[in-house]
Design a binder for this molecule. Structure first.
Ligand code: ATP
Ligand code: MG
Length: 364
């Protein structure tokens, strides 16, 4: 039996609370013959308290050796004044960098049972299922020069550089087309080729990869500002959206608000496929943060973390039936009216983190 090595990094705040619900699922799947092997380590504020680092070298080694990393959340007021280099968020940035996680996948799914908690009308979002593929390691967040300088007259000048190479665009494009083939076979590529050279190159490279390797997938080029408008006007026209680091940051937050609560949104960050083993580094985490305001109260919605585990089943382990089963169980539990406070209609009864996790296990 193949073993699947998972590193669990619960982190801070509600991180450990939602990770516990994933551990229940791991036990359930293992009891049915799947060979998950889990290790747990510290990250963020928890790692600082224990070792004065944001993540230990030992934890980094385990992350490199794991088939997938499940990450909870980091941060909280307690660590506001720790040295910048070891602030809780540095642990996540180190993981992304050292594992080479260049593709950020953010699905936005609107369960029919929750369509009324969207920012938009039920008929616009009900059944929504889009995937935003954001380039995570290049673009304006990292391009050089990057500086803020004071000039002789005392005024200041700031520079950020939007920089992309052919290779960086090719690899993210392939991730998007591969995903589309397993979904509704459509990719929308968002850039600003009308005003940016990086946009011109982006469009060229996406078209080239499309023609050479994925001609059977539908491709449309869309300007990023128009894409933002279309996401709010008629989001169901999209299947996979591929875009750069900055536009992806913005477009995925818009898409997030279409689906209801922050407590519902999973994500995956993927590295390059190893040509020898065929495997790839991957980290799965909820979009939400450590939610200090509700931490320790057993109120957190575990579905973003559970959905992140579902993405690991799908993208790291190829366990598509198991991933579908988990999605179905989630949809059924929501349809039955079992909700945590963040997604329960006002005036209705809400359950806690553990009860929602238990309900999913029971439904499985
Ligand atoms: P970060 O900087 O780490 O992203 P943040 O303060 O921007 O953190 P969150 O920690 O995600 O954002 O919290 C934002 C709000 O959403 C808080 O009021 C929090 O309680 C709520 N929230 C976040 N995650 C959940 C969850 N899983 N279940 C219920 N409420 C949540
Ligand atoms: Mg935030």
């Amino acid at each position: 039996m193949a073993t699947h090595k998972l590193l669990l990094l619960p982190g801070d705040g509600i991180g450990p609370e939602v990770m516990r619900e994933v551990e229940k699922l791991v036990r359930w799947f293992n009891a049915r013959g799947l060979g998950f092997e889990t290790e747990t380590d510290l990250v963020g504020g928890a790692a600082y308290d224990a070792h004065k680092v944001s993540i230990s070298e030992d934890a980094m080694k385990r992350a490199q050796a794991a088939d997938a990393v499940l990450f909870g959340a980091v941060g909280g007021a307690k660590w506001d004044n720790v040295p910048y280099a070891v602030r809780p968020e540095a642990g996540l940035l180190r993981l992304r960098k050292d594992l080479g996680l260049f593709a950020n996948l953010r699905p936005a799914i609107c369960y029919p049972a929750l369509a009324d908690s969207s920012s938009l009308k039920r008929e616009v979002v009900e059944g929504l299922d889009i995937m935003i593929v954001r380039e995570l390691t290049g673009g304006v967040y990292f391009g050089e020069p990057k500086e803020l300088v004071t000039l002789e007259d005392g005024s200041q000048r700031a520079v950020d550089t939007q920089l992309y190479t052919t290779g960086e665009i090719e690899r993210i494009t392939r991730v998007a087309f591969d995903l589309a083939k397993k979904r509704r076979n459509k990719v929308s590529s968002a850039e600003k080729s009308n005003v940016m050279k990086t946009g011109v190159l982006w469009r060229q490279v996406v078209s080239k990869i499309h023609k050479a390797e994925f001609a059977d997938v539908q491709l449309e080029h869309v300007l990023a500002d128009n894409c933002a408008m279309q996401l709010v006007r008629n989001p169901k026209q999209f299947d996979v959206i591929v875009t750069d680091n900055l536009f992806g940051d913005i477009l995925s937050d818009i898409a997030a608000m279409l689906t209801g609560s922050l407590g519902m949104l999973p994500s995956a960050s993927l590295g390059a496929v190893d040509p020898v083993t065929g495997s790839r580094k991957a980290l799965y985490e909820p979009v939400h943060g450590s939610a200090p305001d509700i931490a320790g109260k057993g109120l957190a919605n575990p579905l973003a973390m559970i959905g992140s585990f579902g993405m690991a089943l799908r993208y790291s382990f190829g366990l598509l039936d198991e991933a579908d089963l988990l999605d179905k169980a989630t949809a059924n539990v929501l349809a039955s009216g079992t909700r945590t406070k963040d997604i329960a209609p006002p005036g209705t009864n809400a359950v806690g983190t553990q009860e929602l996790g238990d309900a999913i296990v029971k439904e499985l």
